[in-house]
Design a protein around this ligand. Structure first.
Ligand code: NAD
Ligand code: DAU
Length: 328
């Protein structure tokens, strides 16, 4: 049995990755390391794993955990753009120094690494630009968050080339699904409507995000672990780049019987992301499971937040207060 070390496993995508692994990939023993920041929820993690509370910037701890595992899947990050505009420093620490710390331990112990990254490293596209991001698109990040993710990707590539580490990278678009922190777009709107509040649309809402269900992201990660070429990067996307924020909010309002209002826009707001996942589909045979322009995935996600109010209710007031202070 191989040991998978999952960094950031108590966050949104990591938790879903751990659940999927226990369910569908029994060949792995799972160890999670997570600092349990505000974005984490220890209770999201299932039984049957080893959990270590710790910081990926802690070189001694990471050396020990990486020595004792076979594969590292690196999800841990500060992940929210709005927070990076208010206070960039933790993004530099975790996303850059944390990744560096992991790379050095992976190098020392000759372990396999998969680095989880984002489409935001490529910057944004104009609404009428027919292009999509590919594995060779030049980096052009816009926010403190995306620039630190870009830095972490560059570090991984440099460690592959200079030190020959056994690593792969994936850049995925916006995820949605169960266990996502309610500061993020889709769960914020769902929990607003469940709280009797209007959904909140930044600016005009014409921005486009190429939404993907979190399970589709995570099956792609497993496929890359199984069949990916060492040193390669894979774009992950589910072809939803025709749906803008206003249409997503309208779908949620229609499905839940809610209303929405326009609020202040995000400074430097990226306009459009669009992913070309041809390489992943043709070389590794990946296909997303959720293919109906989000309706099935949104219905499942809405049902999850409705059924799991105890998971999010305690945080709701504080989050809305913080958003209100920023005009959002
Ligand atoms: P999240 O904010 O929900 O979870 C991040 C987790 O990392 C939390 O559990 C947090 O406690 C942990 N963490 C933060 N700093 C840490 C540190 N110094 N040491 C150990 N643990 C630490 O994020 P997410 O949405 O699950 O994103 C996971 C990864 O996927 C990130 O690398 C992000 O850049 C990437 N990504 C996210 C999306 C998306 O739509 N959410 C899309 C593409 C890529
Ligand atoms: O593209 C991948 C990225 O997706 C990940 O790398 C990030 O970790 C993840 O947070 C996400 O970034 P975004 O900034 O795109 O996601 P967010 O959920 O914050 O916002 C999605 C869109 O919705 C964005 O255009 C801003 C808008 N928005 C957001 C909130 C919170 C609203 O209109 N209203 C809101 O209340």
């Amino acid at each position: 049995m191989k040991t998978l070390l999952v960094t950031g496993g108590a966050g949104f995508i990591g938790t879903n990755f751990v659940r999927l692994t226990l369910d569908k990939y029994p060949q792995y023993k799972v160890v999670v390391v997570d600092k349990l920041t505000y974005a984490a929820n220890r209770d999201s993690l299932p039984e049957g794993i080893d959990f270590v509370e710790g910081d990926i910037c802690d070189a001694e701890l990471m050396d020990q955990l990486i020595r004792d595992c076979d594969i590292v899947v690196h999800f841990a990050a500060e992940s929210h753009n709005d927070n990076s505009l208010a206070n960039p420093r933790p993004f530099l620490d975790t996303n850059v120094i944390g990744t560096y710390t992991i790379l050095e331990a992976v190098r020392r112990h000759h372990k396999r690494l998969h680095h989880i990254s984002t489409d935001e490293v490529f910057g944004d596209l104009e609404l009428d630009d027919p292009n999509r991001f590919t594995e060779t698109t030049a980096y052009n990040p816009s926010s403190p968050y995306s620039s630190t993710k870009a830095a972490s990707d560059h570090l991984v590539r440099a460690w592959i080339r200079s030190f020959g580490i056994q690593a792969t990278i994936s850049n995925c678009s916006n995820n949605y699904g169960p266990y996502q922190h309610i500061e993020k777009f889709i769960p914020r709107q769902i929990t607003n409507i469940l709280s009797g509040l209007p959904a909140k649309l930044y600016g005009t809402g014409e921005q486009v995000r190429d939404w993907i269900h979190v399970d589709d992201h995570n099956t792609a990660v497993h496929l890359i672990l199984e069949k990916g070429t060492i040193g390669d990067t894979y774009i992950i996307g589910a072809d939803n780049d025709h749906i803008n924020n206003k249409q997503v909010i309208e779908m949620i309002c229609e499905m839940m019987g809610g209303t929405f209002e326009h609020v202040a826009d995000r400074p430097g707001h990226d306009m459009r992301y669009a992913m070309d996942s041809t390489k992943l589909r043709t070389k590794l045979g990946w296909k997303p499971q959720y293919t109906d322009s989000m309706r099935e995935g949104l219905a499942q996600t809405i049902a999850w937040y409705r059924d799991n109010e105890n998971w999010w209710r305690d945080q709701k007031d504080a989050i809305e207060k913080a958003y209100a202070a920023r005009g959002h």
